[in-house]
Design a protein around this ligand. Sequence first.
Ligand code: BTN
Length: 331
Amino acid sequence: MSIEGRQLLLMLDEHVAVSGSVLAKRFGVTRAAIWKQIEILRSHGAPIGVLAGKGYVLLSAVELLDARLMAAALPVASAERIPDIDVCWQVDSTSSELARRSLVDSGKPTACFAEIQTYGRGRRGRTWHTTLGGGLAFSIAWTFERSMSTLAGLSLVIGIGVVRALRDLGYSDAGLKWPNDVQVQGRKLAGILVELLGDALGPCRAIVGVGMNLRLGKSADGLIDQAWIDLASIPGVSLPDRNKLAARLLFRLQEAVDQFRDTTFASFASEYAQYDVLGGRPVRVSTARGFQDGVATGVDASGALLVNTKNGEMVVDSGEVSVRMRSEADA
Ligand code: BTN
């Protein structure tokens, strides 16, 4: 019999060590097979400790994702608006998974969560790292009966949905760094990746990926190349249940997308301004041709970033540019 990582993780406890032989008996395998599977879980960041002579223990509680628990945590009236929810144990990337499925599926909104992503992708070719049970990694695919060019503000709209969900749960400092970072205390808490498939003139399929740090653990320091924060380190708010957080995100993202379908980004502009962490700050805009320094002054009606530079106002759309606060760029 082979052991599934998920089943093994479910047998572990935060307070009582479980011995390798008890686990081996439970799964009908050797202790070596248990050890091997524990090492695989640990390599994905699962917080499993080993107590000499006693066995395996969880260093912090792990709540695994469960589509039924998420559905149960949704506001009743919203349940039918929410995408179908699928929880995978392991995929390369939830966004790649939904892109593959989009080739054959019916175009219905679908959400895909994964406990493990082996090739989590960020913007601009970066890797997205998370730890097993210590983050949320999910993507949602929506079909839009309109051209890709009208979806320019979608990444900001999704950011607003994420911030609404976080603020609902008490994270009142959550803000947005254009175009796709959710920040708290100037550090990255979550990232958003929007990819468009289909016909440039419409209809098209938007695959929206969201990665969020819940309790990453020290191992993340060596893996993430920018200042990051996780929900567990934000004082004054207790870490929400993973499934409840996922449900809140699904609800707020669907709400934001519904609002965006009925209107344009302009209807979000004043709310965006409340969450904008760049507004009034010195920034550096880097493009393939070099960089330009200026002061961020907000976004326009399509969601493009406005930067006051010595050469006048620069309108930055989210193509191949990166924007860093000047203090970061100088570091
Ligand atoms: C960024 O900040 O650069 C965007 C990060 C997006 C990460 C999420 S995790 C779920 C989904 N699947 C991926 O491979 N990427 C997105």
